[in-house]
Design a protein around this ligand. Structure first.
Ligand code: SF4
Length: 355
């Protein structure tokens, strides 16, 4: 039986997503969303959703949406006992570290990340031993143990600003983990040299011998986002051939030659702002495909070129149904051990201070 609350959510979803999703899907989403709203009140909970969440969830039950930096920054202002983090595990861990007085839940224990899984705390300790004069800047897409070994965190929206600031302090030789492409793109933007290192089969380090003894250098790690690494220059060229007026936006986790071929590169929030500011007629988005749907819903006059079928399998674990289950069962609780949380908080707060 459809409740008044479900009917009202349904009407809101049709207005927002009627061009993106079929009517039956919206009807079902509204029913589940109405139950989530009821559970939110009962549990004194809020739902926080990353920009890569599926449109029906993003536009129905989310109290706060944004990219990693934005969500980390605004988390403390939420009035609630429980936060259901609709994103992946490293994000929920950051929430648990930054808001230790709240209970943090993630709807799926399988929502990982190929970047976060590419590096361990032991890898960072090995790097620090091999390159002791270099500070460690970690992308926020890392687990708490890696953040705890780092000097500062960054996101794709402030990576260049963090390195620039270090440069102003005379520090122009840094270890930047774990996304090789973000590190390479950032080094390129700053005009610094770039060297990539990685773990060898014995658990030691490969490539450290190639780090030059002098000059500005970013030492990156062999980690990749399994979604963004798949975009190619041919994707951009094919879209431009078919649609000469297309504007191409690329996430900085894409390969450098793809970023070079695009018109603009920035974090998910930066891409959303670009579209709002410039109102391009046609858009090719080289990022996770649910975000294309979310931008399409918010900007009905923009035509999104449908190249993208690249859905992040980790983000895809988190659905409306899983979110309902999470609130019903108060699972899966995300906690970080105290000493790790304390050290990781310093790196995260450094990142937030930069913003
Ligand atoms: S899109 Fe890439 S970086 Fe983001 S969670 Fe998925 S695998 Fe990780």
């Amino acid at each position: 039986m459809t409740t008044a609350r479900a009917e009202s959510i349904y009407r809101r979803l049709v207005a927002r997503l009627g061009r993106v999703l079929p009517e039956m899907e919206l009807r079902h989403a509204a029913e589940v969303a109405a139950e989530i709203e009821r559970l939110k009140v009962m549990r004194q909970a809020v739902v926080v959703a990353h920009n890569y969440m599926e449109p029906a969830l993003y536009y129905s039950v989310a109290d706060l949406t944004g990219d990693s930096l934005d969500l980390s920054r605004r988390l403390k202002d939420l009035q609630c006992r429980t936060v259901v983090f609709c994103g992946v595990r490293f994000m929920a861990e950051s929430a648990a570290i930054l808001a230790p007085d709240r209970q943090i839940l993630i709807p799926s224990p399988r929502a990982g990340c190929s970047l976060a899984e590419s590096i361990t705390a032991e890898d960072v300790r090995n790097l620090k031993a091999a390159l002791p004069e270099m500070p460690v800047v970690s992308y926020v897409n890392t687990y708490a143990e890696v953040k705890a070994e780092s000097d500062i965190c960054c996101t794709s929206s402030n990576a260049a600003a963090v390195l620039r600031k270090l440069g102003e302090k005379g520090i122009r030789r840094v270890i930047f983990l774990p996304d090789e492409y973000l590190a390479r793109n950032t080094a390129g933007e700053l005009g610094w040299n770039f060297v990539v290192v990685g773990r060898n089969e014995n658990g030691g380090l490969d490539g450290v011998g190639g780090v030059p003894g002098q000059g500005a250098v970013v030492v990156g790690w062999r980690g990749r986002c399994e979604v963004h690494e798949r975009f190619t220059v041919a994707d951009v060229e094919n879209a431009r051939r078919q649609f000469p007026d297309v504007t191409v936006l690329a996430h900085p986790e894409c390969p450098p030659e793809v970023v070079e071929a695009a018109d603009f590169s920035g974090s998910t929030n930066a891409m959303i702002s670009y579209v709002e500011r410039n109102g391009p007629r046609r858009l090719l988005l080289l990022t996770e495909c649910s975000m294309g749907d979310n931008i399409q819903a918010a900007n009905p006059d923009v035509e999104i070129v449908r190249l993208c079928t690249l859905r992040c399998p980790h983000m895809n674990e988190v659905t409306l149904e899983q979110t309902r289950w999470s609130l019903e069962n108060m699972e899966y609780r995300v906690t970080v051990e105290d000493t790790i949380a304390e050290a990781a908080a310093r790196s995260l707060e450094g990142m937030i201070a930069f913003a």
